[in-house]
Design a protein around this ligand. Structure first.
Ligand SMILES: NC(=O)c1ccc[n+]([C@@H]2O[C@H](COP(=O)([O-])OP(=O)(O)OC[C@H]3O[C@@H](n4cnc5c(N)ncnc54)[C@H](O)[C@@H]3O)[C@@H](O)[C@H]2O)c1
Length: 262
């Protein structure tokens, strides 16, 4: 139970990877500060957590707005004296093709998926210094290193930026003992992917993954909690791929790879 007595702040906590991380940390004894723009989902989360006897502080915020983050921290988190682990998971998907991606889509995706994580981390540094965990995990994507399958150019660019943010913050904050790492999930079945992928596409994606399945939000949560825990005390500025081997794929199927050798 690594997380007993810890305060874990999670953006995008009301759904998907953020929610699974909140559940896993709460199960291990953490108090959760759940930051999300979806007030209804936060209310449902509060009820479910209360029923399990888990401690959650839900806070409504739009992480696309620096001012909204400031209000959430100064007012919503006024009674929170420390944060041991910050998980930046809030994100949105974009769909536009390169030549038709409009300025509004580009700015919105960058604002939520990249700038939001920068401002949350920057503004929570004093709270992280007050904690003993001193860890940050950014939820990037395999798209940060390749090309997004589900999203468009703004998604790929924002996630690549998140890895730069992770490295630079890790370098500067190391002297405070604050570790900053990123996870790069492959395809994960959440509301985000289910909203844009049908059943047939779903099967196709699973078939592309060498381990033969989609990642679950719980798979990603387990890696986030590893990177956030004292077990990873000398790991900073790095990325952990959780992709069922997808980044190993060369373009040929395993069957054709094997038959070329028989
Ligand atoms: N699902 C995947 O296949 C996948 C793969 C790689 C990376 N990711 C990343 O994982 C993270 C979580 O995605 P998910 O799949 O759990 O999606 P999700 O849609 O289930 O959850 C995202 C959460 O972020 C919140 N959010 C969105 N915009 C916000 C804003 N402006 N302010 C505050 N909260 C906001 C939503 O309300 C939601 O609760 C995202 O950063 C996403 O890019 C997802």
């Amino acid at each position: 139970m690594d997380y007993i007595g810890w305060t874990v702040a999670i953006t995008g906590a009301a759904s998907g990877i953020g929610y699974a991380t909140a559940e896993a940390a709460a199960r291990q004894g953490a108090r959760i500060v759940a930051l999300d723009r979806d007030a209804g989902a936060l209310a449902g989360m509060r009820e479910r957590f209360a029923a399990k006897g888990w401690n959650v502080v839900p806070i409504e915020v739009d992480i696309a707005s620096e001012a909204s983050i400031r209000t959430a921290i100064e007012e919503g988190m006024a009674s929170i004296e420390r944060v041991d682990l910050l998980v930046n998971s809030a994100g949105i998907i974009s769909r536009g093709l390169f030549e038709t991606t409009g300025g509004e889509e580009w700015q919105r995706v960058l604002a939520v998926n990249l700038s939001g994580s920068f401002f949350c981390l920057q503004q929570m540094v004093p709270l992280l210094k007050a904690g003993s965990g001193r860890a940050v995990v950014n939820v990037a994507s395999l798209a940060a290193k390749r090309v997004s399958y589900t999203g468009g150019v703004s998604y790929t660019a924002a996630k690549a930026g998140m890895l730069g943010l992770t490295r630079h913050a890790a370098f500067e904050l190391a002297h405070e003992g604050i570790r900053v790492n990123a996870v790069c999930p492959g395809p994960v079945l959440t509301a985000m992917t289910q909203s844009v992928i049908g059943d047939e596409e779903r099967r196709k994606v699973a078939a592309m993954v060498p381990l033969g399945d989609w990642m679950s939000p719980e798979d990603i949560a387990a890696s986030i909690l590893f990177l956030g825990s004292p077990a990873a005390r000398m790991i900073t500025g790095t990325t952990l791929d959780i992709d069922g081997g997808l980044s190993l794929v060369t373009g040929s199927s395993f069957e054709s790879y094997r038959s070329a050798r028989q």
